[in-house]
Each structure stands twice: as C-alpha cells, then as structure tokens.
Design a protein around this ligand. Structure first.
Ligand SMILES: NC(=O)c1ccc[n+]([C@@H]2O[C@H](COP(=O)([O-])OP(=O)(O)OC[C@H]3O[C@@H](n4cnc5c(N)ncnc54)[C@H](OP(=O)(O)O)[C@@H]3O)[C@@H](O)[C@H]2O)c1
Length: 215
C-alpha cells in the first residue's frame, strides 16, 4: 500500500491523515514547527503514522498533500516532489495570505501557482471546498444514494485518476472540473464551496460559478 505524505497537519491535514490510515495507507505528517510537535496526532493515528520534517514527508510520500496557508506555498520543497502526484487543498484568503496580485486579477488560480512552483509534479486540486470536520463524517461507500461528491481539477489525466480512486476510498464521488485553470469554479464564494453536494448538484454549481469581475 502507498504512503501519503502530508505537508501541513492542521484542520485538513490531520483529517486527511485519519482517512488515509483508516483506508490502510501509511502516512508521514509534517508541519512548520517540527515532528516533535505532532506526537499527540501520531499517537492517535497509530502504527501506520509517523511524523517527519517537511522534507521527509515530501520524500516518503507516493502521493503528497500540500495543505498549508497559501501564503507559504513557495516553502514547499520542489525536488523531492518531482514526478509525484501532489494534492493541493489550498484556498486564497487575502486577510490571511496577504494580497497575491495575479489572484486578485484572476489571471491564474491557486493550484496553478503551486503547479508553477512544482513544475515537475502532477498537481491535482482536491479537498479545498469541504469543511475539515465533514471529511470524516460525510463519506459513504460507493453506490450510496446521494453520496457526497468532491471536485478535482488537474492537467495530468493519470494523476486525476489516482486522486479519484483515493476519494472513492475515502467515501466520495468525484466531479472533474477540468484543467487546473478551471479550479476557480470551486474557489471561495462560489456556489459549490462548502455545502454538501451530490455529483449532479456539484456539476450545476461549477457551471453557475462566476468570476469576481463578472458579478
Ligand atoms: N479548514 C478547512 O475546513 C479547510 C477546508 C478546505 C481547504 N482548506 C485550505 O487548506 C489549507 C490548510 O487549511 P487548514 O485549515 O488545515 O489550516 P491550519 O489548520 O491552519 O493548518 C495549517 C498547517 O500547515 C502547517 N504549515 C504552515 N506553514 C507551513 C510550511 N511552510 N511548511 C509546512 N507546514 C506548514 C501548519 O503547521 P504549524 O502549525 O506548525 O505552523 C499547520 O499544520 C488552507 O489553504 C485552507 O484555506 C481549509
């Protein structure tokens, strides 16, 4: 079974780690303060989990999840993530992240920024529009009626397949929004951002999303 590396072990990172362990993955979790600050979470996660430095999590992960405040994305190590599927959960909140002019102009998207920082990685946007607490409570087995769906976006079809499989294991259907540049359709302030949605509902939400400039 594969190892999932986590860069960021906060609300979302810890929840993805719980889902990963519950589905038989090994996890290596990391944060900005160092592995010794993650002993409580590692204790809770059990034998499949260990804490490491950011570099160790990046190296160990077959799939690596970047789940940190967007303002820090340039601190993500580049070389150990080359060739890997990198899941990007990040959102842009100017009050937290400071203003990023190209996002304010809507000339790019959050995940395209991470992809530009990690040119050899295969970035897939996922988990950005579900509240952390819902990750471990809203999942259902495949085929369940009204199963919740989550959006992905990415430029690499095989990487998207990998993430679709992971989401299915975690209890969610997937709706593919298309390439990374379409990721804005599920950013903050769009209809699909936050609420529980089936795949059909989420497709409608993506189609109804509007750029800030067009509102
Ligand atoms: N919370 C949600 O419900 C939710 C839902 C969807 C998406 N998101 C998005 O997902 C991202 C993470 O959100 P969150 O709520 O999980 O944040 P959070 O609870 O504040 O946790 C952030 C984590 O990132 C770590 N971190 C910060 N800078 C780092 C760096 N340079 N290198 C390694 N680790 C670093 C922090 O470590 P330290 O604690 O050691 O500083 C912490 O473990 C954000 O972009 C957020 O907008 C959040």
């Amino acid at each position: 079974m594969a190892t999932i590396g986590l860069i960021g072990a906060g609300h979302i990172g810890s929840q993805v780690a719980r889902l990963a362990v519950a589905n038989g993955y090994d996890v290596v979790i990391s944060n900005s303060r160092g592995p010794e600050t993650l002993s409580a979470l590692v204790g809770e996660l059990g034998a499949r989990a260990r804490a490491g430095t950011v570099l160790e999590a990046a190296k160990a992960g077959d799939i690596v999840v970047v789940t940190i405040p967007l303002k820090n994305y340039r601190q993500v190590p580049v070389e150990p993530l080359a060739g890997k599927v990198v899941i990007d959960t990040n959102n842009y909140y100017p009050q937290r992240d400071g203003h990023i002019p190209e996002l304010d102009r809507e000339s790019t998207t959050t995940s395209e920024l991470l992809q530009a920082h990690l040119p050899e990685s295969r970035v897939v946007k996922a988990f950005n529009h579900i509240y952390a607490a819902d990750l471990t409570t809203h999942g259902q087995p495949a085929g369940s009626k009204n199963r919740r769906a989550l959006v992905i976006a990415g430029d690499d079809p095989a990487a998207k397949e990998t993430v679709t499989h992971l989401l299915d294991q975690f209890g969610f259907d997937t709706v593919d929004a298309g390439p990374l540049k379409e990721g804005w359709r599920i950013q903050r302030d769009t209809p699909g951002y936050g609420p529980r949605r089936t795949a059909e509902e989420l497709r409608r939400d993506l189609a109804a999303a509007r750029r800030y400039a067009d509102r």
